[in-house]
Design a protein around this ligand. Structure first.
Ligand code: AMP
Ligand code: ZN
Length: 115
């Protein structure tokens, strides 16, 4: 999608600190990290939000959750102490970029409930 910042990162039109890439997913460091480790994982396909997925997206979404996020958590050494994975959806969910993304946040103690 031409006006989507994450699509532009996927197509390398704008720079990002990329930490993982495969055929269907890309991960890069958040521009405004909320913790020592803050990585965003996105499907390369433009999907607006979790509620805009289709059955054909199932494989990619589960790949991100089952393969990519645990692998990145190991790479950033946050498995032992634990970490948080967040998907914000819509205005009240706090979603500011309309391209589905998973936050991988770790390296400090988290609070609950989130703000
Ligand atoms: P959300 O509020 O869940 O939509 O999260 C959007 C996230 O994208 C925020 O944590 C932003 O800091 C991050 N972000 C926005 N633009 C960029 C960018 N160009 N590169 C990396 N992270 C970004
Ligand atoms: Zn997009």
């Amino acid at each position: 999608m031409s006006d989507c910042v994450f699509c532009k990162i996927v197509s390398k039109e704008i720079p990002a600190s990329i930490v993982y890439e495969d055929d269907v997913a890309l991960a890069f460091k958040d521009l405004e990290p909320q913790a020592p480790v803050h990585v965003l994982i996105v499907p390369k396909k433009h999907i607006k939000s979790l509620t805009d997925t289709t059955p054909e997206d199932k494989e990619t979404i589960s790949h991100i959750m089952v393969d990519v996020i645990p692998e990145l958590a190991k790479e950033f050494k946050i498995v032992d102490n634990g970490f948080r994975t967040v998907i914000n959806t819509g205005v009240e969910g706090g979603q500011t970029v309309a391209h589905l993304h998973f936050h991988l946040i770790g390296g400090r103690s988290m609070q609950w409930p989130p703000g």
